[in-house]
Write a protein that binds this ligand. Sequence first.
Ligand code: DMJ
Length: 721
Amino acid sequence: MPSSLKFLVYFVTFLSLCQTCYTIREYNKEDILKLREEVREMFQHAYDSYLKYAYPYDELRPLSCDGVDTWGSYSLTLIDALDMLVIMGNYTEFNRVVDIVLERKDFDTDINVSVFETNIRIIGGLLSAHLLSHKSGMKLEPGWPCNGPLLRLAEDVAQRLIAAFDTTTGMPYGTINLRSGVPPGETSITCTAGVGTFIIEFGTLSRLTGDPLYEEVAYNALKALYHHRSPIGLVGNHIDVMTGRWTAQDAGIGGGVDSYFEYLVKGAILLERPELMSMFTEARSVIDKYLKKDDWYVWATMLRGHVTLPVFQSLESYWPGVLSLIGESDTAMRIIHNYHSVWKQYGFTPEVYNLGTGEASSSRESYPLRPELIESIMYLYRDTRDPILLQMGEDILRSIQHSARTPCGYATAGYRNHIKDVRDHRKEDRMESFFLAETTKYLYLLFDPDNFIHNPGVHGTVIDTPNGECIVDVGGYIFNTEAHPIDPTMLYCCHEARQGMNISEVHRVYQMLEEEDNIHFMTMIDSTVKNNKTETDNNSNMSAPQEEMQKDEDKDQVFIKTETRTGYVNIDGTEREKTKNETTLSELLKERISNFYNKSDIIDKESLDSPSDNNTDKKVEVDDIIIAQPPQEEKLELPSTARAKETMRLLPKVIQDFLNNDWKKKPKCEPQHMLERIRREKRYPDHLDVDKYELLLTPAPSFLQRISLAGEFLNKKQLEV
Ligand code: DMJ
């Protein structure tokens, strides 16, 4: 057969196959909105059932019609579902639930929780609700969005998680006790996503509150992962956060790693940190080189790139969505067709699908109502408007309605370790909170083209903030990995706050002042400082800094040192920079002990904290993986000898109490010290591309400007031209 004829035959066969696979339906606006309403009803059914049968437990059990605590006993589903109420325009219910959530003042509970899940679901949910609250007509606190009760609650949770990052590598532990920090004996092994999925929530917190702690700690953890990549540039699945040693060396884009890659891209866009994009671009090129096979992704050894598992995981379906964010929708479309073919085969995507056999892997066949496939479909539809994506969305809607709906909610499809699975759609008694936070949200947004979330930067809202006017709600929302949207422009409303004034903190100080004990405590500190001065005066030993403090007090100002902050907050609500010679309580303490020991055998904690010069850049090679040298252990000697006891007696009562109560019991993580240590050690160098770009800063970067990375981060050379 001549080759031209052969080509024609192939072409006709191909066309007819396409017709068999997809008869593409046409959707007019009415059809699409009808689907949206069906999704609204789906959400409502699950949400009402949760409130009726499960609240205040974390999750609904959709077969038993009751509730169960799963991740932390913090009414997880309610917080995870909050922002969806705003997206659907149900402001009355949103305002009602916010009041319920705010009945709790903090998250002080003696319970061990996953640092990762608490961050993405609780902190993410609270932050998103905080930023969307202006849409619901709710009364906003002065200083919003840099202030507000939901923001304070989110920060309270973050403060409880922060101790997890106090490790030798700066990568966090996987579990924390919300009251007491890292549980004794906690394993130091964490998955990669558990290390690299904080920059969106923590960056948002830092930009809104003005406290750099969160963003720097999250950024440091991301750099740590990058630093520990294998010589060929891949990362593994689990790492020991104390030694930096990889304990699971399979590289892939799915479970255990997924949101690390997602956060490099989204963190770069949200926080305007192009170096994160460079880190992603490098990771992407080795992923394509070693893991990509015919628009599927497999698992391989991180050291050599040898294929270990030729499988597709349902969790991997977020990947085409990430590619669409970086302008690669063509590639993403090819991949999504593959993933959708698995959905068609089973009516769901099984947790693990064997690419070799073309079958769901045995015992990993369930579908726990995951959002990833519909997430990518939503992103791609925004970019391409290809109607086949609407059809894929409708397929997903139909399957879930048909096989997962129960009289009181929606259920995970399939039994693990059982033949009853996605192949016959038997149900399991679980509805994870992400069904309401993510799956229904992405479905709804796919079918709601005019939703405010899709605003392409053509209109915005001007709001007044303590830092002047600010334009918000211009679109370009960045979804955290639990689908909680963050309005990027709001992060720039608190720009001034970032420079110094911390409104949220000032509010907290006022609250503390209202409580008698705290006034008493501050008066004690204040009078202690005064007494000390008198005492030192009597010894004719008054130092210049103390004289300076006297001047401040003459102005009738009470100041306190907040342990996680860098400065002082005056009683009038302003934040005061530490003057050059000002003495802090801890410095005073150190100085007094030092005087007692005649500066001979005083423990200089500063010097213990700093690694010696020649230690800073030391690396050792183990199993071809670069492992950072652990720094010297912090030693904090307590005044236990007779001499030290004598010193103690000389100290003011308030300091004695502090030493007796806190120091002796357990060394607690001091976030400010941790941050200072991270800055001092500079364990991981910044990516070289940090200096390569000049950012275009505008008060309200438009959706198009922000989303198109090429346009947003202009190479310095381009700017010169
Ligand atoms: C969600 O909690 C998040 O999307 C996370 O990144 C991955 N797992 C679930 C959804 O499948």
